[in-house]
Design a protein around this ligand. Sequence first.
Ligand code: AMP
Ligand code: GLY
Length: 421
Amino acid sequence: MNVLIIGSGGREHALAWKSAQDDFVKKVYVGPGNAGTDTEPKIQNVDLSNDFEKISAFCKSEEIGLVIVGPEQPLVDGLVDYLKANNIKAFGPDKKAARLEGSKSFSKDFFKKYKIPTASYKTFDSYEKAKDYLDLISYPTVVKADGLAAGKGVIICENKIEADAALQSIFLDKAFGSAGNKVVIEDFLKGEEASFIAVVSNKDIVPLATSQDHKAVEDGDKGLNTGGMGAYSPAPIVTDELSKKIIDQVMLPTMEGLINEGSPYLGFLYAGLMIDGEDIKVLEFNCRFGDPETQPIMMRLKSSLTNLCIDAIDGNLDNHKADWDERHACGVVIASEGYPENYAKNKEISFQALNNENMKIFHAGTKKDGEKILTSGGRVLCATALGKDLKEAQKLSYNAVKSISFEGAFFRKDIGHKGFK
Ligand code: AMP
Ligand code: GLY
């Protein structure tokens, strides 16, 4: 069987690397992929330009038995619907179910309807109405652009002045384009963030190994929010007891709600949660795997990723048993100076060989230029390692970081620190 992975990030490199480990998988294509996927055995990049027709035709000509769609945008745009209509096995939610991530106002109304715990909120479609509301609330508050905004559409506002500035930037300056046609204003929640990622198919769920991301750009969880500067697995904050509560209070009601709405879920389902003592609240859903959570989680998955996805598509998830490495994994993102704001590109990266099979460098924003490998994005690489405990995994992943250099490279020095608390 051949597999096609859609996307170009560290998540897609890890998904492709893992898929290629199955003996029954002949070839893994990644569209468009990055320099890392381009240099792996059995893996080949392919330029499909996010063109649904091209992707579908490629699947037919290359006998693709499974498509895994990595990022949210093609899911929200309906790629899985298109492929399904062309009898191609595609793993990911359809357009309707992907609204859980694609529209904050949809997801908030959905949470309310199905009694899924979340922060109180109100939705607005004009600056004037939203501005009036700022007199009625307490601070801090949270202003969220409705649509996809590359992880930048959530603004935590300490006071009314900041909230007004956020509304002006979204509604009047169109900072996020049409993703800001509506705005959700919601209560600020305190607590510790955790995420819960599962493979979901209709009524069945296979939780993945627990993980925790580090979203802030600076050590000590300070500075701007990013897509994620590093992650580790397992995450002690998500105890067995908490997992059970999340499944009962968040995941199952979401899956049932979606069935009720006529759009049963298929794919990775990622709940971003705020945990405050006994209290769990949903911050957001992502309709895809996390990046960089995928990288350490894939290092720990012993059973087949492709079988897991195919069982989900075929409705056989109730019989599926995922097998996890008992060891811990840690992934440290190496980013380009300036990220998550403006950053330089086209810097040559030099790599030293890794001397340990428990280390792996996953590529994200990289591209080939002849024999050279250049940076092409803000998050460039993710140095990932397995160790007998978190301490060892952390140490090895930072050893792997040392094997890489490029001008302007930076990384957080404390990935995993949340796991030692
Ligand atoms: P979201 O994309 O909705 O997960 O928001 C991105 C980040 O903003 C989250 O990971 C939290 O750190 C923060 N955030 C979002 N909503 C809230 C909230 N209601 N209270 C506190 N922090 C929030
Ligand atoms: N690492 C967070 C995300 O993928 O959204």
